[in-house]
Ligand binder design. Structure first.
Ligand code: PPS
Length: 570
């Protein structure tokens, strides 16, 4: 395995035009149809343009896509495990002809690249989910994103890069493959082992990276992902400050830190191969791969989507071809007698070991409990505590969902008053009717309009939550995928407690307080939830309430008790 051999598939494919060409492109692109890149596409295009996705020269064409999904290879035979597509809406796709040029812009309208449309097709997303993720289960965040947040038409074609996507944060830590290769060359690093992570690093990670570097006689690259990771992960600003603290604990000249603006798919084994190819393009010779690398965690029921060592096995099979050496990650445990971290399989039975799982660590952080000194460095813990206060100091959202007339609003109002009585935080009620009056007065009840309505509520609730308040929401919110999107949004800011007000349809209809069910049965109101429009029951809400035998007062009281047991109130 030689150092600095060619990147995956030959030379680095940097797709930027030179300055003069870029100026010209900007002028001509004014006449092109523009597509505003999504957050995921902005990550993808950055790595396409800077060569991290070499040998790709643009978003995948139909043949490339088909071949990648089915066989993890590009049509020429080169290994490429993850489809990188430009997904758009049907409306946008309908405006285009093949061979048209389009302008790809960031949310501010800055031209990032142009693309010639060589292919346009409607993908079979179920087949893509099975091929790439090995499952159609929507609990997998990659599958969920594909089925619910990905446009229904894909466009493929070559890119002409005009300007890299702008970053205002950590500029000095962001490198293109050629920049990082240049740094390694300058430093005389001939072997580089990369450590991929989407989590804060603690002492166990430090020890394992030390060992990996020592065993492979390589220098170390900390290469954390700062693009998109699993929903609910610790934000990258906090993590990067932690990595910077960690860097001070490595011997000078052995280790470097660089940020990777990758949008992870959490595709487990296939993603591990992808990570290896990307690191190869960045000039690395080795990649550390641990247990359940890039896995999305367990599905409900506790079973993992991937076997714990499937990623290591798949990469091992293809490591020669990619020309990256796999460094398998051993689970590290702390040995009290030696005051040292040691790989689990090297520990003798007579010593006392301590371990703290990531889940347990996060629980302690959430609940403001002590974190043992051996686990991490004080400045890293302080950084995490500053941005992740314990639950009773965080904001949270209580999200009621249920049929019209189920009792959501009444219970939400009772809960509001009880929370105000307790004090401690500011509380805002976002009731269905109130929101429709003040935020969504122009919207009706089509699927599209309901989604817009719910996402608006989610957005406001996530802002309230972010600033430490309590948002109590009470829309019907009939669609599971939209509720999930709201949960993801809010959980990135604080707590989310979903309460299904599960009063059966017959009871709601019997009550018919507003007379709407009668009108819906008579066909005078269209798309009425439960009658002529679906209500998808929540599978695993934090709480379910049936108002048949429960007064609003008691229901609100039970919710308070639940909030207390979850740690949000004391
Ligand atoms: S949604 O689906 O979440 O956007 O609905 P929401 O904003 O909560 O609005 C529900 C209230 O609007 C009244 N209403 C209807 N509901 C359902 N379907 C149709 N077609 C409809 N038309 C009007 C109804 O009074 C709902 O109020 P609640 O408080 O739920 O009874």
């Amino acid at each position: 395995m030689g150092a600095f051999k060619e990147p995956h598939g030959g030379s680095l494919k940097e797709l930027y035009l030179n300055e003069a060409e870029a100026e010209l492109e900007k002028a001509t692109a004014r006449d092109y149809k523009s597509w505003n890149l999504t957050a995921r596409q902005l990550c993808d295009i950055e790595l396409l343009l800077n060569g991290a996705f070499s040998p790709l020269t643009g978003f995948l064409t139909r043949d490339e896509y088909q071949s990648v999904v089915e066989s993890m290879r590009l049509p020429g035979g080169l290994i490429w495990p993850i489809p990188v597509n430009l997904d758009v809406t049907e409306e946008f796709a309908a405006e285009l002809e093949l061979d048209d040029l389009i302008a790809l812009r960031d949310p501010e309208g800055v031209l990032i690249a142009t693309m010639v449309i060589s292919d346009r097709w409607v993908p079979d997303k179920a087949a893509e989910a099975r091929g790439v993720y090995g499952t159609e289960d929507e609990h997998h965040p990659g599958v969920h994103h594909l089925l619910h947040r990905t446009g229904s038409v894909y466009l493929g074609g070559r890119l002409r890069g005009v300007e890299p996507p702008m970053h205002y944060d950590f500029k000095l830590l962001r490198d293109s493959p050629s920049e990082l290769r240049g740094r390694f060359r300058k430093l005389g690093w001939r072997k580089v082992v990369a450590f991929q992570t989407r989590n804060p690093m603690h002492r166990a990670h430090q020890e394992l990276t030390f060992r990996a570097a020592r065993d492979t006689e390589a220098n170390l690259l900390l290469h954390p992902v700062v693009g998109m990771t699993r929903p609910g992960d610790i934000d990258h600003y906090t993590r990067v400050r932690c990595y910077e603290h960690m860097m001070k604990h490595y011997p000078d000249q052995t280790t470097t830190l660089s940020l990777l603006n990758l949008a992870m798919r959490m595709a487990g084994p296939r993603e591990a191969l992808w990570h290896a190819i990307i690191r190869k393009n960045y000039g690395c010779t080795h990649l550390i791969v641990g247990r359940d690398h890039a896995g999305p965690g367990a599905a409900p029921g506790g079973k993992s989507f991937y076997e714990p060592y499937a990623a290591q096995e798949l990469l091992q099979q293809h490591a020669d071809e990619i020309d990256v050496t796999l460094v398998p990650f051993k689970e590290m445990v702390y040995v009290e007698e030696k005051a040292q971290f040691i790989p689990e399989d090297e520990v003798s039975p007579d010593v006392t070991i301590s371990r703290l799982s990531g889940t347990e660590f996060r629980r302690r952080l959430r609940e403001g409990l002590a974190i043992p000194e051996w686990f991490s460095y004080p400045e890293i813990i302080a950084e995490l505590r500053a941005t992740h206060p314990p639950k009773h100091q965080q904001g949270f959202t209580v999200f009621f969902t249920g049929l019209s007339g189920s009792g959501k609003s009444t219970i939400a109002n009772a809960l509001l008053v009880k929370l105000l009585e307790l004090g401690m935080r500011r509380v805002t009620l976002l009731d269905g009717d109130v929101v429709r009056k003040h935020l969504s007065s122009e919207l009706g009840f089509s699927r599209e309009h309901r989604d817009i309505n719910i996402l608006r509520i989610g957005y406001v609730a996530s802002e309230i939550t972010k600033y430490g308040g309590v948002a109590v929401c009470a829309p019907i919110a009939p669609y599971a995928a939209t509720r999930r999107q709201v949960r993801d949004m809010v959980e990135s800011a604080g707590g989310f407690v979903e309460i299904h007000v599960a009063t059966p349809l017959e009871v709601c209809e019997q009550r018919d307080r507003k007379g709407l069910y009668a009108l819906a049965r008579a066909g005078k109101i269209k798309e009425f939830t439960g009658i002529s429009d679906p209500y998808e029951e929540p599978e695993s809400p934090e709480m379910r309430i049936d108002t048949r035998n429960l007064s609003p007062d008691l229901a609100a009281h039970r919710i308070l008790v639940k909030l207390e047991s979850l740690g949000y109130i004391r």
